[in-house]
Each structure stands twice: as structure tokens, then as C-alpha cells.
Ligand binder design. Structure first.
Ligand code: CO
Length: 222
């Protein structure tokens, strides 16, 4: 009996998506009868958003952007890992084909991935992904160790992780090449606060925050 109830509630929560879809199509078409016709013609997004998979960080909703305006890649803890062919393909396509003008790495306070990386627990496969965050902890260990309040340390790591991912984008050769040739995309680091909906631009300045970056990671563009 209990299992039947579960099956019934699962079916309802699934069916709801299609009911909502019909309502959405109706509302959109009422607003603009050409809406879907226009979208079908193609996309010219100006932004690439790299955010966390967390269900509370919907890229379009928090930025008030519509379909067609934002290219999106999401993974646990908004990481830019240079062996991640998925993420790199998204970045290359958005930079070289879509010509996005802004790339945004958006972390968020209350990130479960960041919290887990601060622990020493074993979680199986995901440990390999979270290890990238542990590298951020190691790089900023001095600063983090001096923050005695657990919550403040956690919030700071969320910010530092975003900065490191911005840095990781800047290490990428095709991004360096594009910036050197066209002066875009601009790379931004954001933190989204789930508790009040606010986006904070961390105003990451690569040259200031990562002295010596150019000596190490800069690729000669010919
Ligand atoms: Co998260």
C-alpha cells in the first residue's frame, strides 16, 4: 500500500512537468505569438554561465535573462577542470562560435560540494571531483586557517573557489588567444547568496590576485 502511494506521488510529480509545459507554451504564445518562431531561428547569447548544479541556482531566473540569452554549463561546485572535455567544449564553442562577450563563473554560499570538500569523509567516485576543491583549500590554506568561525571559513572558500576557477579559465590557451585578438570575453567571478537572492561580483582581477600568473601560464600567441 505504501509503495502504491509512492508510485502515485512519483507519477503526479512527473506529470506536473508536462502540465506546466503546456501552461508555459500558452503564456509565452499569448505574450508574443512569434516567440517560438523567433527562438527557432537561432541563438546569439552574450553570456556563458558556469554555475553549480544545485537546484537553487537557476541561471536564467536569477539574472532575469530569457531563453536564447545565456549559454549554460553547470557541474558540482562550478569547477573549471582542464581535463573536463565537456566543460571545455562548452567554453570553446561559446567563445569561438557564439562569440560570447562575458563568461561568468558563479559559485554560491551554502554549496554542498564545497562543504563536503572541507571534510575528510569518503564518498566514492565524487571524491575525485571534490579533490579539485581540496586543491583550492591547499592553495589558500594560510588564509583559511586564520578564519576561526566555521561559517565564515566556508563562505570564504566558496569565494576563493570561484576565483580559482576564473584563474583556470584564464590559463586556457584559446581564451587567451581570443582576448588578445578581440578583447573579449571578459571573465567574471560571482557568488550567489541563496538566502537573499543577491548576486555579488567578486571583481576578480587576475593580475592583482595572481601575481606572476603571466610568467607561468601565458601562452605566446602568434
Ligand atoms: Co553548489
Amino acid at each position: 500500500m505504501q509503495n502504491e502511494d509512492l508510485q502515485e506521488s512519483m507519477r503526479k510529480s512527473y506529470d506536473r512537468l508536462f502540465i506546466n509545459n503546456e501552461k508555459w507554451i500558452e503564456a509565452r504564445t499569448k505574450e508574443d505569438p512569434e516567440y517560438f518562431h523567433k527562438l527557432a531561428k537561432g541563438q546569439t547569447p552574450q553570456y556563458l554561465f558556469i554555475g553549480c548544479s544545485d537546484s537553487r541556482v537557476p541561471a536564467n531566473e536569477i539574472t532575469g535573462t530569457d531563453a536564447g540569452e545565456m549559454f549554460v554549463h553547470r557541474n558540482i561546485a562550478n569547477l573549471v577542470v582542464n581535463t573536463d572535455v565537456n566543460m571545455l567544449s562548452v567554453v570553446q564553442y561559446s567563445v569561438e562560435v557564439l562569440n560570447v562577450k562575458h563568461i561568468i563563473v558563479c559559485g554560491h554560499y551554502g554549496c554542498g560540494g564545497i562543504r563536503e570538500a572541507m571534510q575528510n569523509r569518503s564518498n566514492g567516485l565524487i571524491d575525485k571531483w571534490l579533490r579539485n576543491i581540496k586543491d583550492v583549500i591547499r592553495l589558500h590554506k594560510d588564509e583559511l586557517d586564520h578564519i576561526h568561525d566555521d561559517d565564515l571559513r566556508y563562505r570564504r572558500l566558496v569565494e576563493l573557489n570561484v576565483k580559482e576557477q576564473v584563474m583556470n579559465l584564464m590559463k586556457t590557451s584559446f581564451i587567451q588567444k581570443n582576448i588578445s585578438e578581440y578583447e573579449f570575453p571578459q571573465i567574471h567571478g560571482w557568488v550567489y547568496d541563496i538566502s537573499n537572492g543577491k548576486i555579488v561580483d567578486l571583481e576578480v582581477n587576475i593580475e592583482d590576485e595572481f601575481p606572476g600568473y603571466g610568467d607561468v601560464y601565458k601562452i605566446d600567441i602568434d
